[in-house]
Write a protein that binds this ligand. Structure first.
Ligand SMILES: C[S@@+](CC[C@H](N)C(=O)[O-])C[C@H]1O[C@@H](n2cnc3c(N)ncnc32)[C@H](O)[C@@H]1O
Length: 219
């Protein structure tokens, strides 16, 4: 019955609704970031993949988006400007963005690489850095095994990128909520770190937003 109503309601449009390009839980995660932005914000997505997160945030806020990644897989979201870079130095001047985000990227890096890339994000950002990560209040042995398998699988998936994907040496960038707060809080330029779990709205309960306010914004 519901499916019939949706089909009939969309018949006169003759095209798919924009919302149907997205998964509901991705929209809820994007909305959580959008509520922390204001219209007009310049938003950088590091490790943007197709650019789908920026496209979703743009449904809620009139942002000026840009995505970077080692390689851009396809053109599913042509409305989002994207470019490739070397995976280390963000090719933008200081303070070029109001907010920068890393969605499921940091756990693909070694601790040194992650810290250096986070410092780059602080350099190019005026107010907020967002991370979305697979994180929980605590990890049991099975979840640690899952982290290990995920890292290996990501290495197999991304290592053929032109820029060269380095498989991180261990699982140490998979962090619990408390470990993320400690790690991010210790990075230069960070004023405050808030953790919001998407357990209530996401497909799996480990999806977590880490909302970092920069010292530059607090001044
Ligand atoms: C799990 S995918 C997430 C993609 C996208 N952010 C999302 O939420 O769907 C991880 C992404 O991190 C990217 N990545 C890996 N190392 C990176 C680096 N040093 N800088 C930027 N992106 C990187 C990969 O190319 C891949 O697109």
């Amino acid at each position: 019955m519901t499916a019939a109503c949706v089909f009939l309601a969309n018949l006169p449009r003759g095209r798919k609704r924009a919302w149907s390009r997205y998964r509901p839980w991705d929209l809820l995660k994007s909305r959580a970031i959008a509520t922390r932005l204001v219209d007009g914000d310049r938003v950088l997505d590091v490790g943007c993949g197709t650019g789908h997160m920026l496209a979703q945030i743009a449904l809620f806020r009139a942002i000026q988006p840009h995505g970077v990644d080692l390689a851009i897989p396809g053109t599913a979201f042509p409305e989002i400007p994207t470019s490739t870079y070397d995976g280390r130095t963000l090719p933008f001047p200081d303070g070029a963005f109001d907010a920068t985000m890393f969605c499921y990227v940091m756990h693909h890096l070694s601790p040194d690489h992650a810290a250096a890339l986070f410092r780059e994000a602080v350099r190019v950002t005026r107010r907020r850095v967002f991370l979305i990560e697979d994180s929980l209040p605590a990890f049991g042995p099975l979840y640690r095994l899952r982290n290990r398998l995920h890292r290996i699988e990501a290495g197999l998936r991304y290592r053929d990128f032109d820029a060269g994907y380095e498989i991180p040496p261990d699982e140490s960038m998979f962090k619990t909520h408390g470990d993320w707060q400690a790690w991010l809080g210790a990075q230069p330029g960070v004023a405050q770190v808030e953790v919001e779990s998407f357990a209530a709205v996401a497909q799996y309960d480990h999806h977590t937003l880490l909302d970092v306010t920069l010292q530059a914004a607090a001044r």
